[in-house]
Design a binder for this molecule. Structure first.
Ligand SMILES: Cc1ncc(COP(=O)(O)O)c(C=O)c1O
Length: 353
């Protein structure tokens, strides 16, 4: 499918300073859009200036939340070229989310071509390391109709923007509150999909966490309220007696691409890696006894973020010495070296634009 180019040419007013790019606040000048209509499929892909969408107030996304999204990054390489990290995995996950949310799949090749073309046009907005260009594809229901049913029209679009670390400096340990009063996802629900409603439902817990001086919330399973699931925008990894341990992707957590990649790197680095259910009490006891030496989150935005403290009600549990541990450091350095092109990409994870 040919993508129509109606972009504007605009360069940043000043050189992009990686230390002054808060996450998700600056946007590149252009965006990609393609429409889907029942009976017609995907049609009229185009690149247009970043700006408001033409959306009626009855558009179904605004009432029933039929929406999915993705998040990935493009990295400036030492030779000045720009590479995306595993965009095929994000494109595939978008289609998995689409299936769950009763939305049409969009060919992976169209998604990749859209990203390639858009980022090539806005290449001047890909910042130097350690900053990156964050890429946000999304799909929304655009049919103007009330009444709960699936939309017969959809819009898929991609916006991008230069961005710095998600939590300030990536090696600063974060403080996480265990959520006891709310759950994020139940079996059979939408926890494994990247859909806006999951995030909207998490905001009240995040607000309470913030009041208590925490950065994010640790979710427990909805049935027994005992097993660790994930945090707001990251999967969780624990080091128990030297074993890198993470909860399984059993349908209630997002199957993170960073998580999957770290599993591969652990095997190469000869670090034992297991996926198994983790009881929250096991974590507290492990921290008290010294068996649980590290906890860290991982995700596209957060990269590898050490957890320094866990808060459960009035109790505070310190993780190790409260700073980044050796396993988190090794994995962060190994992953980011591949992403920024200072180590060889032996897995074919990086896609050149
Ligand atoms: C709820 C949730 N879990 C985990 C992740 C990490 O996924 P990924 O590594 O693909 O960015 C994210 C971020 O996308 C997320 O929003």
């Amino acid at each position: 499918m040919d993508i129509l180019d109606r972009s504007v040419a605009r360069s940043p007013q000043a050189p992009l300073d990686p230390t002054k790019l808060p996450f998700g606040r600056t946007f590149a000048p252009n965006m990609f859009m393609v429409d889907w209509d029942e009976g017609k499929g995907w049609h009229d892909p185009q690149i247009v200036p970043h700006g408001p969408l033409n959306l009626g107030p009855a558009a179904m996304v605004l009432h029933y939340g039929q929406e999915i999204f993705e998040g990935l990054k493009a990295f400036t390489q030492p030779d000045g070229s720009v590479h995306l990290f595993r965009p095929d995995r994000n494109a595939a996950r978008l289609n998995t989310s689409a299936g769950r949310m009763c939305m049409p799949e969009i060919p992976v090749e169209l998604q990749l071509e859209a990203m390639r073309k858009l980022i090539r046009i806005d290449k001047g907005w890909v910042p130097p390391p350690p900053a990156t260009l964050y890429v946000r594809p999304a799909m929304i229901a655009t049919q103007e109709a009330l009444g709960v049913h699936s939309s017969n029209r959809f819009l898929y679009f991609i916006i991008t923007g230069p961005t710095g670390p998600y939590f300030g400096a990536t090696t600063t340990a974060v403080r996480i509150m265990v959520a006891r009063d709310w759950v994020r996802a139940a079996p059979g629900g939408t926890g494994a999909s990247k859909t806006g409603g999951n995030y909207a439902a998490s905001l009240v817990a995040s607000a309470v966490a913030k009041e208590k001086g925490c950065d994010q919330v640790m979710w427990l399973d909805a049935v027994e309220r005992r097993h660790v699931e994930e945090v707001g925008a990251m999967n969780l990894i624990f080091v128990f007696d030297g074993v890198v341990t993470t909860p399984p992707t059993s349908g209630t957590i997002l199957a993170g691409i960073t998580r999957e990649s770290l599993g591969v790197l652990c095997k190469e680095l000869k670090l034992p890696f297991v996926e198994r259910s983790i009881h929250v009490e096991e974590v507290f006891q492990g921290l008290a006894k010294g068996d649980c030496t590290e906890i860290f989150g991982c995700g596209t935005a957060a990269v590898v973020s050490p957890v320094g403290e866990l808060l459960d009600g009035e109790k505070v549990y310190r993780v190790g010495d409260g700073n980044e541990g050796p396993v988190a450091k090794k994995l962060r350095e190994t992953l980011t070296a591949i992403q920024f092109g200072t180590a060889k990409d032996t897995h074919g994870w990086m896609m050149k634009l």
